[in-house]
Design a protein around this ligand. Structure first.
Ligand code: ADP
Ligand code: MG
Length: 252
């Protein structure tokens, strides 16, 4: 059996009086597509941020792709971050640069490239970037300013950028929360599809039950920093998941 991509044990993280993660045990195997579902403030983003070393635990263990997130630093931390693609709610593109330049930023960790301009990037990297743009359906927008695209298109560019990292683990923090329902569905479809095609492991925070049910294979339900349920999506329904959003513990 191969080692899990993510393994946390007793992960605790507090901010002052607030305990964002109250002892999280989570194991994610290679290739899994997992939703972290829960109401606002339940600790989803904090848990996710541990998985690329943006946050360190106060207590407990966090192992991601073999690295110990509690202690990893320097070159080893940079290497870990290169292996983890990240997609954010607000896309985080550089709006005044072209779509292509934004995608190329995904290669900065592994190729010595210029931060701006595309001409001096190796031809092979430009070709790879263009391939990913084509996969996300935006090949015809390569030379437009990223800031001129719609929200859904910008998130597609962010996905192409993350793919150019050639990541093993993809993290998405509320990737469709800023989009209208129809666009949200098409972006979730794309994200899950490219992760499957490339054999990536994906962990995605969501706060909408319907999105988790439709697009992911396993739902980890959080409330008040604790895991309240962890099950294959096919065994779940909206009625049970709504329990996460109520004050009583979920009865399973
Ligand atoms: P979610 O993503 O589920 O909405 P978060 O992980 O963002 O939840 O937050 C969990 C709790 O931790 C919340 O009460 C939030 O206010 C608090 N929190 C998260 N990050 C910080 C921070 N950097 N400083 C202070 N409090 C924080
Ligand atoms: Mg959040």
């Amino acid at each position: 059996m191969t080692a899990p991509v993510v393994e946390t044990k007793g992960l605790v993280k507090s901010f002052g009086d607030v305990t964002a993660c109250a002892g999280i045990d989570l194991t994610v195997a290679r290739g899994e597509i997992v939703a972290l579902l829960g109401p606002s403030g339940s600790g989803k983003s904090t848990l996710l941020r541990h998985l690329n070393g943006l946050t360190r635990p106060d207590a407990g263990q966090v192992r991601v792709l073999g690295a110990d997130v509690a202690t990893v630093k320097g070159a080893e931390l940079r290497a870990l971050r290169r292996r983890v693609g990240v997609v954010f709610q607000q896309f985080n593109l550089v709006g005044r640069l072209t779509v292509m330049e934004n995608v190329l930023h995904g290669a900065l960790g592994r190729v010595r490239g210029p931060r701006y301009g595309i001409v001096t990037w190796p031809r092979s990297v430009r070709a790879e970037a263009f391939e990913h743009l084509d996969r996300v359906g935006l090949a015809d927008r390569a030379y437009q300013r990223a800031g001129s695209l719609s929200g859904g298109q910008q998130q597609r560019v962010a996905i192409a950028r993350a793919l150019l990292q050639r990541p093993e683990l993809m993290l998405a923090d509320e990737p469709v929360a800023s989009l209208d329902p129809e666009t949200a569905a098409s972006v979730m479809d794309l994200l899950v599809r490219v992760c499957r095609e490339d054999g990536l492991t994906m962990v995605c925070t969501l706060h909408q039950i319907e999105l988790a049910l439709e697009w992911t294979r396993r739902v980890v339900g959080l409330r008040l920093g604790e895991i309240r349920l962890d099950e294959p999506t096919e065994l779940l329904d909206a009625v049970r998941l709504r329990g996460l959003y109520l004050s009583d513990p979920v009865t399973v």
